[in-house]
Ligand binder design. Structure first.
Ligand code: SF4
Length: 428
């Protein structure tokens, strides 16, 4: 078998590129949205939003058909009368939790999720979580995080949720090396990754979150961290404070990103090159084959990213390097340079990087550039489509399992579809 080439940056890429910093009106979903993918993963947890009717409506409309099943999230609506006194609100919350646990005895963790209204009235959910744990523990544990939309973007909800679990992770009893993969992955992707780690001899491997919110990995010196999602920045910092060490790597999007993600772990574990090449060779060949037809359709097409999911930089790197697309502007809500250290050099140096949002100015730049494809939030997509621009909802990149070799074709398909639709509409 031929040795797999290591990833090369053609030049410094965007490692030292200037960043356009914008602070203005932004158009994103709030952190509550993260519950929609996390509740599928954490099968014995419940997300109790302490919010308004607006929060409840957002969750119900965003969740769509999921409400027909017994959901693992709900909203305790703060009524006007609740605002009269905190003591009343505490009692009301205790009653809601009691009713919930009586109806759902299988629950082992309840997340009290703050919102804009609960923050405005300064409801102390940290104290509430402690109080409820003392009443219902040890069977049921309570944690608290905020999904408030003020100054946040929707993927920060997951970061806040995982960050709230870090203090509950038990200390590691020894310094033996263990890998912790951080960020929610679909079960199918988690299983594929585990199979590859096993074949490489990298392990033990744990995931945060795992399928149970109670199955918490121990953490301490010896824990090595691989980021599976680009938005778990605060969780990573909290884990580092517990003695865990990050393994620098690109994110596992596309063939190259996934290959280098595994290579970073393999190097840390001292896996011989021959073993690495023979384990990864077959899935890489399959993934490259899956990408071929998408590259033919997308090569040379320009793309423009509005800041939304925080996955913009690694996705743009994949589209540029593996599908030949031309990123004009890549906006991201927050640029964490430390965690993007392996990605930025791989983005073409011609890319304009932007952090934060001033939506009107960015719309002007997008209209002027007339990209072949624009990646943006749902609120901007329809108006841009009406102006003749083709769009892709960024939230699809979060809901769809797109990491890893076997999903590389699906990731490319997400971008191929709107371009193909535009081509067919132009012909007919
Ligand atoms: S948390 Fe804030 S932004 Fe999110 S739905 Fe509730 S009120 Fe709206």
């Amino acid at each position: 078998m031929t040795a797999l080439p290591t990833l090369q940056a053609p030049d410094a890429g965007c490692a030292d590129a200037p960043v356009l910093k914008e602070r203005g009106q932004h158009e994103v979903f709030c952190g509550l949205t993260g519950i929609l993918w996390m509740h599928r993963k954490l099968q014995d947890a419940f997300f109790l939003i302490i919010g308004s009717r607006t929060c409840a409506h957002l969750m119900q409309s965003a969740a769509g058909v999921m409400i027909f099943a017994e959901p693992r999230f709900g909203t305790a609506v703060i009524e006007e009368k609740d605002l009269a006194g905190m003591a009343v609100l505490d009692e009301e919350l205790d009653r809601v939790v009691q009713r919930l646990l009586a109806r759902r005895p299988e629950l082992r963790t309840v997340f009290l999720v703050g919102s804009c209204p609960s923050e405005v009235i300064k409801l102390d959910l940290n104290r509430a979580a402690e109080r409820l744990t003392s009443v219902h523990g040890p069977q049921v544990r309570f944690a608290h995080w905020s999904g408030s939309g003020i100054e946040t973007t929707f993927t920060q909800g997951e970061d806040a949720c995982l960050r709230s679990l870090v203090p509950q992770l038990p200390p590691k009893e020894d310094d033996a090396r263990e890998l912790l993969v951080v960020g929610t992955l679909a079960d199918v992707v988690e299983e594929q990754f585990l199979r590859i780690f096993r074949a490489l001899g990298v392990g033990p491997v744990r995931f945060l979150p795992g399928r149970s919110a109670r199955d918490l990995p121990a953490v301490g010196p010896g824990t090595r961290l691989l980021m599976a999602q680009p938005w778990v920045n605060e969780t990573m910092r909290a884990l580092a404070k517990r003695g865990a060490e990050r393994i620098p790597a690109p994110f596992p999007y596309g063939v190259e990103g996934t290959q280098e993600w595994f290579r970073a772990a393999a190097r840390e574990w001292g896996v011989p090159d021959g073993v690495f090449d023979s384990v990864l060779g077959p899935p890489i060949t399959r993934a490259r084959t899956a990408l071929r037809r998408h590259r033919e359709a997308l090569e040379g097409r320009s793309i423009f990213f509005f800041p939304d999911s925080q996955a913009e930089i690694p996705i743009a790197r994949f589209l540029a390097r593996e599908l030949g697309m031309r990123p004009i502007e890549v906006g991201t809500p927050h640029l964490d340079r430390a965690h993007m250290d392996a990605e930025l050099p791989l983005l073409p140096g011609s890319t304009r990087l932007a952090e934060g949002q001033d939506v009107d100015k960015q719309l002007d730049r997008c209209r002027e550039a007339r990209p072949d494809l624009t990646v943006c939030g749902m609120g901007l997509a329809n108006p841009l489509e009406a102006e003749g621009l083709r769009t892709k909802w960024s939230i699809e990149l979060v809901f769809t399992p797109v990491q890893g070799f076997e999903q590389a074709g699906d990731l490319a398909e997400l971008f191929h579809r709107p371009v193909d639709r535009a081509r067919r509409l132009a012909v007919s």
